[in-house]
Structure formats: C-alpha cells, structure tokens
Design a protein around this ligand. Sequence first.
Ligand SMILES: NC(=O)c1ccc[n+]([C@@H]2O[C@H](COP(=O)([O-])OP(=O)(O)OC[C@H]3O[C@@H](n4cnc5c(N)ncnc54)[C@H](OP(=O)(O)O)[C@@H]3O)[C@@H](O)[C@H]2O)c1
Length: 304
Amino acid sequence: MRAWIGAPDGPVLRTVPVPEPAPDEALVRVEAFSVNRGELNLFRRRAEGWRPGQDLAGVVVRAAADGSGPAAGTRVVAMNDFGGWARYTAVPVDRMAVLPDSVGFAESATLGVAGLTALRALRRGGPLDGRRVLITGASGGVGSFAVQLAAARGARVTALTGTRRELDLKELGAEQVIGSLADAEGEFDVILESVGGEVLQSALKMLSPLGHFVLLGTSSGRTATLSISSFVPHARQTLHPFWVFGSGEPVGEDLAELVGLIEQGLLHPVLGAVDGWERLPEVMAALRERRIHGKAALLVDGEV
Ligand SMILES: NC(=O)c1ccc[n+]([C@@H]2O[C@H](COP(=O)([O-])OP(=O)(O)OC[C@H]3O[C@@H](n4cnc5c(N)ncnc54)[C@H](OP(=O)(O)O)[C@@H]3O)[C@@H](O)[C@H]2O)c1
C-alpha cells in the first residue's frame, strides 16, 4: 500500500506493507484524513521513517480479532497516535466511532485532534449556558469547532481572528467577532487561548473572578512572561494547561458525541481545503502560512 512516511524535510509518499493489527485493533481502509498545525513541526524532531497521521475516516475492512468493535464494512471516524496518512491503518477499537451514512468522510476526518481539543477544552470551563466565552485563533481548526460547540451549549461567544476574514464566525454562532483583544469588552468566564505571546498576556487580564483559562497552544510561536501580576487580583480563577492526548477522556465516546452533534445539525466542520492526498505537502505549506481557515481534509486516492 502507499503511505506518507516521516522524513526531516516533511512527509514522503512510499510503498510499504499493509499493517498487521493487534488483537484489539481493526484494519481500516482510510478514505480521508486531516492535518493539524501541531503536526507541521514534528518532521524535523522525529527520526526518519516514522509514520505520521492522527485524524482519519474510512471503512473497517477487517474487524478486531478479539471480536470487539465494529464489523467489516462499517464506516468509522478515528483518532490514532500515528500511521493514519496511509491507504490502510490499524486502529484500536476504543479510538473509533461509527459514522452514519449522512456524515461524510472528509468532514468527519477533521474531528480527531481539533474536534476533541475543542470539546474537551470547553469541558474545563464547566456549564456554559449564558457564560461569556472568549476563543482566540477562532478561525482555525480548533477555534472553528470551539465557537460552534460553545454556542451550541448556550455560551455568548467572542471570537478573536487574525487574517481569515472570509470565514463567517457569526454564522458559526459567535456573538461578537474581533480582530484585536483591544476591541473586547468586559470579562470572560471561560477563555480558550491558542495564539500565545501578547494575546495570552492580554487575555489573562480579561478573566472573570471565577473564570477558567484554558491554555492549549502557541500558534504565533511567541512566548509570554507570566507572574502573579499577569492576573487582575481575583482570588478564585483556574488555569488549565490542556493536552488532548493523555487526558483520560475516552476517544471513541468523544468522537461519537461530535458525530452525534453533526447529525443533529449542531456542528458543521469547516472545510477550508479539500484536496487529493498526493497534495499533502502543498496543503501543509498552506496551513503553515495561514492560508486555510477551519480544517484541511485530504481524500485518499480521490475515491470519496
Ligand atoms: N494542547 C493540545 O492538546 C492541542 C491540540 C490541538 C491543537 N493545539 C494547538 O492549538 C493551536 C490551534 O491549532 P489548530 O489546529 O486550530 O491550528 P490552525 O488551524 O492553524 O489555527 C490557528 C489559528 O490561530 C490564528 N493565529 C493567530 N496568530 C497566528 C500566528 N502568528 N501564526 C499562526 N496562526 C495564528 C490563525 O488565525 P488567522 O490566520 O485568522 O489569524 C489560525 O486560524 C495550535 O497552536 C496547536 O498546536 C493544541
């Protein structure tokens, strides 16, 4: 089969053996996969030959040998640790959810890292009904999911976006869309921060007395200097360093929750780019250069 393989200058498409699943893994024929900003910088850091790819959707071609999980022929969405940017991949049965026919492969392939990050990061903020929520990096993959999920839970969302003005964040549920935190008014009960640098420092000053600040990324690459004076003197705020991996939350169940929201019309993955999988390097360059809003999906062999 063909698969993208990790090399220092980026992924290369090679022919490799079809993986042999463990007893609790199903063999999935990948129909679409997605790429995340966090994956762009892994290639220089990892040894040549590693197998990239976390977010994917496809069809089970061989059920898990231990009898668990979906049967052959079932459409699924999954989040793997690696190996998803390939024609076939082995997926642990507890890291996949069944896809109804009404939910496409390309849109569901975007759910893994970005969708679960938005879902779980918002959980850190507790009940959202009527709460003021600030989402930075709102036009990106995580942000476009977070705006919708927060709005669906009754939050009053302020979305901070930089360059991707063509994405209508109000249509996704934002009450207010701003291009700078200088335009934000009042305090926020929940803040999801993924830009870093001065955005992080300014956002901290806007946290309400009982607010939750979820720190999940540094898209700008800029660091911030923090001290107690970074906060206004509220005594009961909570700072959550967030990592989607290792959080202990069940991947399959969380993916199923997101699929259910799509089915109900409450969540619409924003597909800023859909392309054939051979064009992965070009799509990665576009993501790096902030030319893609929402998510990018790659269609394997164009058969979707
Ligand atoms: N902790 C975790 O487990 C976890 C999981 C997933 C993602 N993340 C992190 O969360 C962040 C968002 O991920 P994503 O997949 O949503 O990325 P993305 O799709 O590239 O979105 C990033 C957004 O940040 C905005 N941004 C503002 N300043 C930027 C800058 N200087 N450089 C690049 N983007 C800038 C961009 O909006 P404009 O172009 O409109 O300005 C862009 O829409 C990333 O830093 C990622 O590494 C963390």
